[in-house]
Design a protein around this ligand. Structure first.
Ligand code: HEM
Length: 332
């Protein structure tokens, strides 16, 4: 019986999070890591199980504790990932690839495949991960990180800041348009890509600093080594996707993808959600859930109802508007 998501912690200020209770440890055989440098780092410091498999409640607690992510935002991202890629019967989610540690699979087309599954949450034009079309959508990619450094040098005097974020986001979109015949950039991916471009500024900068710029040694430590910088303090206030509007405004871009499996053939998709119509994103998420779970019964159906409910508790805050909760499987 999946419990409701955790509330906010009582203390939400800055503090040392690379502490003695959470030592970094190298990977062991079978540990799952994936496309998210934030969750990888939390697992490698033991803020969730070091094997990279956790319940959504444990994930919410860990991002609040270890990176001071705001409660409703943490619930939104976590339950979205769980509905897309988790095992709703066992209440377990892998932050990397598919593993038996999440338990017996639900009936297909549901897959419980973890964060690495392409096209539900994970998507194209990431900053330090390649597009799925090129074969590896989840490992740290040194060539892409070199580009991250190059842009930080060109636009940020050696630091990753909002200007760098806007320029790099746009460049990564141009790269995918020019090289990935299956490039897709809409709905969930449209929102997460802009949010993730702001995350290194919001979450990876030491909480005792106020200059909103990330040095390259800290970036490499988190993105590649899944390791907090030495003596790292989390942000001084709960954070989410602050800065996303500035990043977007630098190079406004409409959702869409390369059509007909051809590069340099970007076509706008007017049916996709964008920042002016977030409730279309809620509809799209529900449609994906209904596709994954066309006819759930028993515990699976009960847990779908609960997880959809828990997810929706975050929607009015995160979207700034009440989209109207939907109940595709009834209300239990
Ligand atoms: C990327 C999930 C929390 C930072 C991703 C991706 C997933 C994901 C699936 C891959 C998306 C893609 O680029 O294709 C989650 C979930 C979280 C979470 C479910 C639970 C709350 C965090 C936190 C941080 C973070 C707390 C920062 C401390 C990032 C960044 C990327 C990313 C920077 C982009 C990586 C890149 O483009 O190279 N996350 N994440 N995430 N996540 Fe997380």
């Amino acid at each position: 019986n999946p419990p409701p998501p955790p509330g906010p912690p009582s203390f939400t200020g800055t503090k040392l999070v690379n502490d003695r209770a959470h030592p970094w440890r190298p990977l062991r055989d079978g540990d799952e890591r994936g496309p998210c440098p934030g969750m990888n780092t939390l697992a490698s410091h033991g803020y969730i199980s070091r094997d990279g498999v956790a319940t959504p409640g444990q994930i919410v607690t860990s991002v609040q504790e270890g990176f001071n992510m705001e409660n409703k935002f943490a619930i939104f991202v976590t339950y979205l990932a769980h509905l897309m890629n988790g095992n709703l019967v066992t209440d377990l989610l892998s932050i990397g690839g598919k593993t038996r540690k999440t338990g017996p699979d639900p009936p297909p087309p549901a897959h419980a495949g973890g964060f690495n599954v392409h096209g539900t949450f994970e998507g194209d034009a990431g900053m330090t991960r390649g597009d799925a079309f090129f074969g590896d959508n989840h490992s740290f990619n040194q060539t892409l990180f070199d580009k991250f450094v190059d842009f930080s040098n060109r636009y940020g005097d050696g630091y990753y800041n909002l200007t760098v974020a806007g320029e790099l986001r746009f460049q990564r979109l141009q790269d995918s348009i020019a090289t990935n015949p299956q490039f897709s950039f809409k709905n969930v991916r449209f929102f997460t890509a802009y949010g993730e471009s702001a995350f290194p500024i919001n979450f990876f900068v030491d909480g005792r600093k106020t200059d909103k710029k990330l040095d390259m040694a800290s970036a490499l430590s988190i993105f590649r080594d899944m390791r907090y910088p030495p003596d790292f303090f989390r942000p001084p206030t709960p954070m989410s996707n602050q800065g996303i509007a500035e990043i977007f405004a630098m190079h406004p871009f409409q959702p869409g993808g390369n059509a007909d499996g051809k590069v340099n053939n970007f076509v706008v998709d007017p049916t996709s959600a964008d920042f002016t119509k977030p409730c279309v994103l809620y509809d799209d998420i529900l449609n994906t859930v209904k596709t994954l779970y066309p006819n759930p019964t028993g515990v699976l159906r009960r847990n779908l109802i609960k997880n959809l409910r828990y997810f929706y508790t975050s929607v009015p805050t995160v979207f700034g508007t009440d989209c109207g909760e939907q109940f595709p499987y009834g209300q239990g």
